[in-house]
Design a protein around this ligand. Structure first.
Ligand SMILES: NC(=O)c1ccc[n+]([C@@H]2O[C@H](COP(=O)([O-])OP(=O)(O)OC[C@H]3O[C@@H](n4cnc5c(N)ncnc54)[C@H](OP(=O)(O)O)[C@@H]3O)[C@@H](O)[C@H]2O)c1
Length: 291
């Protein structure tokens, strides 16, 4: 029998980590230390852990993922979101492992052009979280030859027992429906919003990607208000009861962080496939019916 590859997953107790581990179980020999078993901000702990466990692939999901918290605590964000990537990249290189790092579409949050953005557009992120993800990508690539960074979009799922779930797009809308209180959604914002199922299904294909930076999530040509209206229709509600157009947010220029998936599709020879935001909201709805 072919022996299973050792994969180290950091951040296994997190929103993505919980679901990624569930999806990868049985296909790989997963090594899933908790935060208290491995503090990724310590270079010594990381080196000791990787030299003992010898993973072939490190799937790095641990982070401070809350952008508001990172804005208020930039030093902590730098330590967890940048230094940890340096630590893992250095040890991955030394022990011949591939490092697959979850970055973010927030890297594009200083871009003003319209349309789906590809990985080679010049970027200048406007918040600490985006800047730290960009620094992590640069430093990871400099330290580790087999370094893959995945610029993930905003992700969603329902609450699942025993799993962490953040505040997210569909939960916000479902709450608006339940409480009868419509929410404001920006008409001048464009972003991909992705069901976590689509993300975890595609993770195994990232293990064969050539080193580089890849967008990773649903494409979306709709603005955030239009996306909310479409989801309200899927829920068979009157959109006005769910979503109010907010035309005032982002007055200076549109906020466009919507990604193009061309590069990952081509590099994975068509294996990495995401439905666009609207299609994956429809699929999500079929799989998770609500009243
Ligand atoms: N969620 C999204 O919509 C989204 C969108 C784009 C990109 N991303 C990126 O995707 C990745 C996964 O995000 P997520 O939403 O799953 O994050 P999350 O739910 O906030 O989970 C973060 C994980 O990191 C762990 N962690 C934090 N500090 C650590 C440390 N010093 N040492 C070891 N572990 C530590 C946490 O463990 P404890 O809880 O035990 O501290 C937790 O398991 C992150 O890189 C995030 O930036 C997420």
């Amino acid at each position: 029998m072919k022996s299973m590859q050792n994969i180290l997953v950091t951040g296994g107790s997190g929103f993505v980590g919980n679901r990624a581990i569930k999806a990868l179980q049985g296909q790989y020999n997963l090594i899933t230390p908790s935060h208290s078993e491995l503090d990724i901000t310590s270079a010594d702990e990381v080196e000791d852990f990787i030299s003992r466990t010898q993973p072939k692939i490190i799937l790095h999901l641990a982070a401070i993922s809350n952008t508001g918290y990172c804005e208020a605590h930039p030093d902590e964000s730098y330590l967890v979101n940048v230094v940890s990537v340096e630590n893992l990249a250095r040890s991955a290189e030394k022990h011949h492992a591939k490092l697959v790092f979850f970055s973010s579409d927030q890297i594009y949050n200083g871009n003003h052009e319209s349309g789906l953005l590809s990985e080679d557009v010049p970027v200048s992120p406007e918040n600490h979280y985006g800047r730290h993800k960009l620094l992590a990508e640069e430093r990871g690539a400099a330290l580790c030859k087999d370094f893959v960074a995945l610029r993930a979009t905003w992700m969603y799922d329902i609450d699942r027992p025993g799993m962490k779930t953040h505040n997210n797009f569909i939960l916000n809308i479902r709450n608006a429906k339940k409480n009868g209180t419509p929410l404001r959604f920006a008409t001048r914002e464009f972003r991909g919003i992705t069901w976590i199922d689509d993300v975890v299904k595609n993770i195994p294909y990232t293990f064969d990607l050539p080193a580089g930076i890849y967008n990773f999530g649903a494409e979306n040509h709709l603005n955030t208000y239009e996306t909310a209206v479409e989801y309200a229709k899927i829920l068979q509600c009157n959109p006005e009861e769910i979503a109010i157009p907010d035309t005032e947010r982002f007055p200076e220029h549109i906020r466009n962080i919507s990604i193009s998936m061309e590069k990952a599709k081509i590099a994975s020879k068509g294996k990495i496939q995401f439905r666009n935001t609207l299609e994956n909201l429809r699929e999500f709805h079929k799989a998770n019916k609500v009243d």
